[in-house]
Design a protein around this ligand. Structure first.
Ligand code: GLU
Length: 387
């Protein structure tokens, strides 16, 4: 069967594939500790589910505006104004089928063939694939543990060419968990303005931060950077709503308008009653977010203590998200081989090569403590057998 060339240029998402595999193995009764997908194990908070059920009963079952329910767009704009110091109105917001879809939409409306997108590595694996699908070219800028996996302003400046259209920043980061400081973001913002490019800030992990780290949006450092910033976010991680598929993109009116046009011919509105769940998430008490964050903080401590005890693995301390990204090079294995062998021992992890770093693996600790303890014990025995 002859398929379009564009789909031949990308590979299926490895995070989703490994997660599906681990879930299928568990369903078959195989004893697997899964550190694969970045998916909180908590149920969606009851008041959010109740709001969606109420919306269903109230007949919110019809087509809605392609841009999203106006009430939700307004609530998102208010959240961005008050929490993130970003002066958006409802017209600057589009509700999308998850954060992933907001980024895909953006690439589709921004990129001309050959336009370059600067992506610091390690990166979330879908960024480069979305760029490719939109006909753009990813310019990967490697970073390492010495710089806490953060791109420097000098690196960003050096990566810019006349073809650069967009810079992708993700803080807290998937897969490394690193959080850029306000000073670091300000310095990067200056380069974005100087080079007159756009930046998309993926803030999906903004609520999951530790040790007093400060979450700041790169768009908040003045009018010049604000005009060049697009923010991607969603409800999946903060409110444990992964399966609901509700996210959003915020940015300059022209970009959002174009994205609404695209969405009006592709997905139309996001599931109407799911949007009412998202509205309740924003407008109700945020205690549930803090409760989950505290649980992640406890798990993170256990995972980091364990990693420190395993000789041969090194890992900078992540300040956000729910991932650790240890370096496994002392085992003599590359990431795919390591993860395949580890799976045989009953632990699912994602090979770093998927994120542009073959010497590392990603472990998600968005899982219960019993699984963490059992899985880390297995990892320790496995690594000790190699070194
Ligand atoms: N973003 C999560 C992860 O990296 C969920 C899976 C995906 O969409 O990639 O594990």
């Amino acid at each position: 069967m002859k398929l379009a060339a564009r789909i031949g240029k990308v590979t299926p998402s490895l995070t989703l594939a490994i997660d599906e595999k681990a879930k299928a193995m568990k369903a078959e009764g195989i004893d697997i500790c899964s550190f694969s997908a970045g998916e909180p194990d908590f149920d969606t908070p009851a008041h959010i589910k109740a709001a969606a059920k109420q919306a269903l009963d109230a007949g919110k079952t019809k087509y809605g505006p392609a841009a999203g329910e106006m009430k939700l767009r307004e609530a998102i704009a208010r959240k961005l104004q008050t929490e993130n110091s970003l002066d958006y109105k409802a017209e600057n917001i589009i509700v999308t089928n998850g954060g992933k879809h907001s980024l895909y939409n953006l690439m589709m409306v921004l990129l001309e063939p050959g336009d370059e997108v600067i992506i610091p590595a390690p990166y979330w694996l879908s960024y480069p694939e979305m760029v490719t699908l939109a006909g753009g070219v990813s310019v990967i800028v490697p970073t390492d543990a010495k710089s806490n996996y953060k791109i420097t302003p000098e690196q960003l400046r050096a990566a810019c060419t006349p073809k650069t259209r967009l810079f992708v920043i993700n803080s807290p980061s998937n897969p490394t968990g690193m959080v850029y400081t306000p000073e670091e973001l300000k310095a990067l913002a200056e380069v974005v303005v100087e080079k007159d490019i756009l930046v998309v800030s993926d803030e999906i992990y903004e609520k999951i931060i530790y040790d007093g780290a400060k979450q700041v949006s790169i768009g908040s450092f003045g009018a010049e950077i604000f005009a060049r910033t697009i923010v991607s976010n969603g409800f999946a991680k903060a409110y444990s709503m992964t399966g609901w598929r509700v996210g959003y993109l915020a940015g300059p009116k022209e970009i959002i308008k174009a994205t609404i046009t695209l969405q009006s011919h592709s997905t139309s509105n996001v599931c109407t009653f799911a949007q009412y769940g998202a509205l309740a998430a924003l407008e109700s008490s945020q205690d549930c977010v803090e409760e989950m964050r505290q649980a992640f903080a406890e798990r993170r401590k256990v995972v980091l203590d364990w990693l420190n005890r395993i000789p041969g693995l090194t890992c900078p301390i992540p300040e956000g998200a729910f991932y650790v990204f240890p370096n496994i090079s002392k085992t003599g294995m590359k990431s795919l081989q390591f993860c395949d062998a580890l799976l045989e021992k009953g632990v699912a992890a994602v090979p770093g090569i998927a994120f542009g770093s073959d010497d590392c693996i990603r472990l998600s600790y968005a899982t219960d403590m019993a699984t963490i303890e059992k899985g880390m014990a297995r990892l320790e025995i496995f690594v000790k057998s190699l070194i």
